[in-house]
Design a protein around this ligand. Sequence first.
Ligand SMILES: Nc1ncnc2c1ncn2[C@@H]1O[C@H](COP(=O)(O)OP(=O)(O)OP(=O)(O)O)[C@@H](O)[C@H]1O
Ligand SMILES: Nc1nc2c(ncn2[C@@H]2O[C@H](COP(=O)(O)O)[C@@H](O)[C@H]2O)c(=O)[nH]1
Length: 208
Amino acid sequence: MRGAGIARAVMQGPRPVVLSGPSGAGKSTLLKKLLKDYENIFGFSVSHTTRQPRPGEVNGKDYHFVTREEMQKEIDAGEFIEHAEFSGNMYGTSKGAVQAVQAQNQICVLDIDIQGVKNIKKTELNPIYISVQPPSIEILEKRLRDRKTETEESLQKRLTAARVDLELSKEPGLFDLVIINDDLEKAYSELKEVLLEEIKKTEESRKS
Ligand SMILES: Nc1ncnc2c1ncn2[C@@H]1O[C@H](COP(=O)(O)OP(=O)(O)OP(=O)(O)O)[C@@H](O)[C@H]1O
Ligand SMILES: Nc1nc2c(ncn2[C@@H]2O[C@H](COP(=O)(O)O)[C@@H](O)[C@H]2O)c(=O)[nH]1
């Protein structure tokens, strides 16, 4: 796995955070709240993807939207820390995405699937690993349907991936914390609590 260099560099700054869990579990919802409440403390690692942008998504902010050819070229050039195929599209974290956050001395937050988690574990990034999970598969399906971002085909692919994700997530020690996102405010409080120490450290380092 490439990316150990960037991972070592990141270790010198605040500890990064990985948010993972099934599509539709609520990672982006929680992340948006965190980025809004702690604007200058956290920075989002903008991933690359080959999927089409959803209405309202901004290139360079939500994702770097690229073609398969463009992404493969950058992967071959060693520019990615990790990458994975998810639901028929490529996703990946570039070294540049993490570096951009690190340059601001912010806590870098990665929103990645479970394959990404396993690959990041092979690097020296040393993040806090958090899995955000739905209360049930039925509720997850309802949330994905209500979000109205998926075709029936992609929805079924995501539900299949969700079942695999929930099984693999049971591996002891894979995650530092599992948050069941039933009540949003309760889930958000749990997220903030586990990050409190890193938030304080980052705030303190700003004062000195
Ligand atoms: N606690 C909650 N209760 C009810 N609805 C929720 C809750 N959390 C999130 N949602 C809704 O569920 C949908 C899925 O949430 P979100 O897009 O944040 O999931 P995600 O894990 O980021 O998915 P993906 O991995 O596909 O990006 C959204 O429409 C969101 O508003
Ligand atoms: N391994 C990686 N997974 C990623 C990355 N960026 C996002 N993701 C995951 O993909 C799915 C689907 O996302 P969506 O935006 O199409 O709904 C979700 O589980 C994300 O966590 C990445 O860089 N690497």
